[in-house]
Ligand binder design. Structure first.
Ligand code: ARG
Length: 298
């Protein structure tokens, strides 16, 4: 609960800080409010040896050391393509901010990008087990995940928001924590929205958390009256609310978080190479221009 209050205060400070700034500006404030949280949910840690890792020489890349990837010449990205505008299907191709940034990183490293779509729940174990080289899924840096994988520099900021129906009696985050509150909250399984609400609402006896494999399914449950609200990242929230009538996003934001790329702790050379490539792409404005393509300031 204490942590919750800290979140709310951070969120309120963020709102005060960015309320008169265009939306895209808040994306560049990663350093301002790092909200990496510990969580209580145990993550399945399924480490598989992948001896098929191939040697790659990136000697021609300035400053890059030797690294290996799961498949020689290929940068395999584990993601969950249910998260517009970061990753989603356009026809049968996965596209979005994360895919374009990963593509630019692959080019810098002399690799071909391959995207593997899976449950969000499986992204970290795919990276840990060496099946995927990077995990990129609008993934928030948290204390618990830092024990399982390495993260690069943050490339974007996310905010957990609350979606309700237009006629909802939930008007702010406070309503979810009020004494005697008993709401059912929809989340995507194993996301930070799940971790926070599980700890701060369900464990505190203030409500129930319903976990869905896809954010869109949680939003469907809200439309069908099965849950009272959905806690999810702001950009997919906007996309889901646009695609569904009768829903709105509450003004009170929840937790501000940093998105980064996960790399196996067993592959420090790849971590260094990916991080260096990402930092160059941040420094030369490529990352911001990719973000701006998908997220327009209101
Ligand atoms: N930022 C949240 C987290 O890291 C949600 C990410 C969900 N991403 C996705 N591709 N479904 O837990």
């Amino acid at each position: 609960m204490r942590k919750w209050i800290a979140f709310l205060m951070t969120a309120m400070m963020m709102i005060a800080a960015v309320s008169c700034a265009p939306a895209s500006e808040s994306s560049s404030q990663a350093e301002e409010s790092s909200a990496a949280q510990e969580s209580s949910a145990a993550e399945e840690s399924q480490v598989e040896e992948d001896s098929a890792a191939a040697e790659n020489s990136a000697a021609e890349n300035e400053g890059a050391s030797e690294f290996t990837t799961a498949t020689e010449g290929v940068l395999t990205m584990a993601t969950n393509a249910e998260f517009p505008p970061y990753e989603y299907y356009e026809g049968d191709t996965v596209t979005g901010i994360d895919v374009e940034i990963a593509q630019a990183i692959a080019v810098k490293l002399g690799l071909t990008l391959q995207v593997e779509d899976m449950e969000f729940d499986s992204v970290i174990s795919a990276v840990q087990g060496g099946k995927a080289d990077i995990g990129m899924a609008g993934m928030t840096v948290t204390e618990e995940r830092l024990e399982e994988v390495n993260f690069t520099e943050s490339y974007a900021t996310g905010v957990q928001v609350i979606i309700v129906t237009e006629d909802s009696d939930i008007t702010s985050a406070d309503d979810l924590f009020a004494e005697g509150a008993n709401h059912t909250i929809g989340v995507q399984l194993a996301t930070t929205g799940d971790l926070y609400t599980t700890e701060d609402i369900e464990a505190a006896g203030l409500g129930t958390v319903d976990r869905y494999n896809k954010g869109a399914d949680a939003v469907m449950a809200l439309k069908n009256g099965k849950v009272d609200c959905v806690v999810i990242d702001n950009e997919p929230a906007k996309a889901f609310v646009e695609a569904n009538e009768g829903l709105k996003i509450l003004e009170t934001e929840y937790v501000t978080e940093d998105y980064a790329i996960a790399v196996s702790k067993d592959n420090e050379a790849l971590h260094t190479a990916v991080d260096a490539a990402l930092q160059e792409l941040i420094a030369d404005g490529t990352v911001q221009s990719i973000i701006d393509k998908y997220i327009t300031a209101e």
